[in-house]
Design a protein around this ligand. Structure first.
Ligand SMILES: Nc1ncnc2c1ncn2[C@@H]1O[C@H](COP(=O)(O)OP(=O)(O)OP(=O)(O)O)[C@@H](O)[C@H]1O
Length: 196
């Protein structure tokens, strides 16, 4: 089941969180339209780096970080406060690969790299239909990808230099994307070790 959230941050959002301390291990956010391969890619990155994969949809279900089921959207109604309170502790020491279709609910300093996965409409259509989504849900997600909503959302929240847009259409691309993220993580760790 999916997780819905209202992506308009509250005015006092900035004030809710203390600044995260410097990390020697990075936190990586993998975002993108449903079906672009966030979970598969994040899992591969976690295996390559030994970081922990945190799939937000699963976490919201398992930790009850929601306010019930929304029939209209066939999804759980995310309780952002509960999720952010939970994640703030989890992300403090770094070494996490988080996957979620939203990004603007997260404070900027919680992440060091934001990966936005992209997939062409034809392929995405087949993947979503293959999951048994209703036609309207497939269309809604296809439009989300056409209007590159996840990319724009990431851009609205994180500096451009933190964001990497990667095409995720074939198994080879998924593998090379995961390796590229691994190399980035190794460079981050080498740099933070070298710092005084
Ligand atoms: N680059 C790719 N090449 C081939 N198949 C892929 C690729 N990316 C994803 N897939 C396939 O597409 C399906 C959806 O992938 P996945 O569940 O990882 O997407 P997601 O973005 O996490 O979706 P959701 O947001 O709904 O959880 C899976 O069957 C996966 O194997």
């Amino acid at each position: 089941m999916d997780v819905s959230y209202n992506n308009s941050p509250s005015d006092d959002e900035e004030a809710r969180f203390s600044a995260m301390p410097e990390r020697t291990l990075p936190n990586i956010l993998v975002t993108g339209t449903p079906g672009t391969g966030k979970t598969s890619t994040a899992e591969m990155v976690a295996q390559l780096t030994s970081f922990e994969h945190m799939e937000i949809g699963k976490l919201v279900r398992e930790q009850q970080l929601h306010d019930g089921y929304l029939e209209e959207y066939d999804s759980l109604d995310l309780n952002e406060d509960k999720l952010l309170d939970y994640l703030e502790e989890e992300l403090r020491d770094g070494g996490k690969v988080v996957d979620f279709h939203g990004s603007d609910l997260f404070p900027e300093d919680w992440f060091d790299l934001v990966v936005v996965l992209r997939t062409n409409n034809t392929l995405l259509y087949d993947r979503l239909q293959g999951r048994g989504y209703t036609e309207s849900k497939v269309q809604e997600n296809i439009e989300c990808e056409i209007f590159q909503e996840c990319l724009e959302e990431a851009r609205s929240q994180f500096p451009e230099e933190m964001i990497v847009e990667l095409v995720s259409e074939t198994a080879d691309q998924m593998e090379s994307n995961a390796e590229r993220i691994q190399q980035w993580a190794e460079a981050f760790m080498a740099k933070s070790k070298a710092s005084p």
